[in-house]
Design a binder for this molecule. Structure first.
Ligand code: CU
Length: 170
C-alpha cells in the first residue's frame, strides 16, 4: 500500500516533460515571429526609398499628375472626378522610367495629414495598357475635413518609389 511511490511519480513526470518541451519550443518560435516588424505587415523595411516630388498645383481629378525625382523613374496618379466618402471610385497609376516587368507592386494609401484615418491601403492591378488601377472607398472624416493625400508606392528592383498627391473630397 503505497500512496507515495517514487517510481510511479518519476514515470508520470517523464511523460509531462515532452509536452513541456513542445510548449517551450512553440513559445520561442511565436516570440521570434512576433518580434519583427513583419508581424505588422510592413514588408518595405529592407527597401531603399526614393521620394518623388509632385507638382502641388496639379489636381488629380480626371488628370494624371506627375511626380519625378533626380533619376529617370517617374509616376503619375489620376482619380475620378467627384469623390465622396463611402462612394467607391477608381484610382490609376502610370509608371515611367522603370522596366514594366521589373515592377513588383503598386499600392496607394489614402491618409490625412496629422490625423489617423485607418489603413486605407489598396494594391493596384496591372492593366493591359500598362497602367495600374484599383477601386477605393474612403471613410467619412469625423471632423468634417476634406483634404486627403493619395500616397502612391511602386516597388521595383529593390527600391520603393513614393509620391504624395493632395486632393479634396466633395
Ligand atoms: Cu480626417
Amino acid at each position: 500500500m503505497a500512496l507515495y511511490d517514487p517510481r510511479r511519480l518519476m514515470r508520470s513526470g517523464r511523460l509531462l516533460v515532452w509536452p513541456l518541451i513542445a510548449f517551450a519550443v512553440a513559445l520561442v518560435f511565436s516570440l521570434k515571429d512576433g518580434g519583427g516588424p513583419s508581424w505588422l505587415g510592413d514588408d518595405t523595411t529592407d527597401l531603399q526609398t526614393v521620394v518623388l516630388v509632385t507638382d502641388p498645383a496639379c489636381n488629380p481629378h480626371l488628370t494624371f499628375c506627375n511626380a519625378a525625382g533626380d533619376g529617370s523613374a517617374a509616376l503619375a496618379l489620376r482619380l475620378d472626378r467627384d469623390i465622396r466618402p463611402l462612394h467607391p471610385f477608381s484610382v490609376a497609376v502610370r509608371v515611367r522610367g522603370l522596366a514594366a516587368d521589373a515592377i513588383e507592386r503598386v499600392r496607394v494609401r489614402f491618409a490625412m495629414s496629422g490625423m489617423d484615418m485607418g489603413p486605407n491601403l489598396y494594391a493596384l492591378a496591372r492593366q493591359s495598357d500598362g497602367t495600374w488601377t484599383g477601386r477605393v472607398t474612403l471613410p467619412v472624416c469625423s471632423t468634417g475635413r476634406v483634404d486627403w493625400l493619395a500616397e502612391a508606392s511602386v516597388v521595383a528592383g529593390g527600391m520603393e518609389y513614393r509620391a504624395q498627391f493632395p486632393f479634396n473630397t466633395e
